[in-house]
Design a protein around this ligand. Structure first.
Ligand code: SAH
Length: 395
């Protein structure tokens, strides 16, 4: 794979925010209020759309291919559609991804885009190039409701879930920015839903977007190459398995409920034993036979040798592999990253017990693109950020 294109670049301010501010947005909304953004439709929904406008369902395949495989956003370029249909589409539909407002490349080639949504919120998407693959880390919500104590996104508060268009457009925009040629090798070979938000709390839109990722007429990724990461929304893990099984990653981070309640407050609702039961169920007929457990390494909190042994015991009944993630700090955090020795010691215990264990490399931290550093610009509706600030200021 040739990654030179994005290695060569540095910070690129793509658009002047004030210039593209309210007035242009207002003008846009007025002129297109009734139009359907076709990015919101997976192939099945697109078929329903074409039936709805009195055309044939097979148009959906053609248009999905134009939009997602060829990256076309102009109906005139869709040459296998009649002139009349193109004119009709121009009247009733649009292809409108969010606008890139910032495009940054880290020293290690990791690239991060800040995308502005129609309502002014911004989300982040990260591309991580490696020798054998290119992984896109996609966001599913503006902020997050889960408030995990070590996660920067959680500290931003929450505004809303993303639409299908806003989720899939991250892949579309990345492919475009990376200069993907539809006839050449894929540049984005893997997608991980590990960006901002909890994907299972935006289930319907996430599933439609995943269907497009898997669709041979869109991105054609295999189920093994699309990974959804969850903090453990147990009942919806079962729905995912039934409706759209893809690779599963679970953010575990602790080996007992007392600590996990503190790190991942969702644990109070779905404690560890229920979560592991759900993981076992997920593995039956799953596209990957193992669940990846993510474990953020926090100095003096969850990184002792005893805790490593506890983790081995806990995972002994689930087909698993473990990703150790060195904690990535952000302003106002109370945690510190475990030392390299502590991480290695912890890993060695797991490996000696036969658990496949990888210490995740920290990528893109010079542009705040590493795990847990994605913040975007969230118009917080929970006031969480203010409460946290007040707490850090008061003694
Ligand atoms: N809500 C989902 C997906 C988003 S978080 C989930 O919880 O899995 C993606 C991964 O990054 C999770 O494993 C999360 O625990 C981890 N993460 C969050 N903050 C981090 C930080 N500051 N340093 C390292 N990893 C972090």
């Amino acid at each position: 794979m040739n990654h030179r294109r994005w290695h060569d670049r540095c910070t690129i301010p793509v658009a002047d925010e004030t210039r593209h501010g309210r007035t242009s947005l207002l003008r846009f909304t007025l002129s297109t209020a009734e139009k359907t953004n076709l990015l919101n439709l997976d192939r099945e929904a697109m078929q329903a759309f074409f039936i709805g406008i009195g055309d044939k369902p097979f148009r959906a395949t053609q248009v999905v291919q134009w939009i997602h495989q060829y990256g076309v956003d102009n109906f005139d370029a869709m040459t296998n559609l009649s002139k009349e249909l193109r004119a009709r589409l121009k009247d009733v539909a649009e292809i409108r991804p969010p606008e890139i407002v910032q495009d940054q490349v880290a020293a290690d080639g990791t690239r991060k885009w800040l995308l502005r949504l129609d309502d002014g919120n911004c989300i982040e998407t990260v591309f991580i190039p490696e020798a054998e693959r290119g992984t896109l880390c996609v966001s599913s919500q503006v902020g997050c409701t889960l408030n995990c104590s070590f996660c920067s996104t959680g500290h931003q508060g929450f505004n809303r879930s993303l639409t299908v268009a806003e989720i899939i457009a991250q892949l579309l925009v990345a492919n475009r920015a990376l200069g993907r040629d539809p006839k050449a090798e894929r540049i984005v070979t893997n997608v991980v839903l590990m960006g901002m938000g909890e994907p299972l709390l935006n289930f319907d839109n996430v599933v439609s977007a995943i269907r497009l990722m898997l669709d041979d007429y869109a991105y054609g990724l295999s189920r093994r190459r699309v990974t959804l990461s969850t903090a453990g929304v147990v009942p919806i893990m079962d729905r995912l398995r039934a409706e759209c099984p893809v690779s599963l990653a679970v953010s575990l981070h602790a080996t007992n409920d007392r600590l996990r309640d503190e790190l991942v407050p969702l644990n109070r609702k779905y404690p560890i034993h229920e979560l592991l039961e759900a993981c076992r169920r997920y593995c039956v007929d799953s596209p990957r036979t193992r669940v990846t457990f993510e474990y953020v390494m926090l100095d003096g909190v969850n990184d002792s040798v005893d805790q490593a042994h506890e983790l081995v015991r806990l995972l002994s009944t689930v087909p698993s592999k473990v990703n150790l993630i060195p904690f990535n700090p952000f302003p106002q955090t109370q945690y510190q990253r475990s030392s390299q020795e502590a991480i290695d010691r912890f890993r060695d215990v797991l490996i000696a017990a036969g658990l496949t264990t990888i210490t995740r490399k920290t990528r893109g931290d010079d542009i705040d693109a590493a795990c847990g550093q994605l913040a975007g610009r969230v118009q917080d509706r929970t006031r969480r950020r203010q409460r946290l600030m007040a707490r850090t200021i008061q003694p």
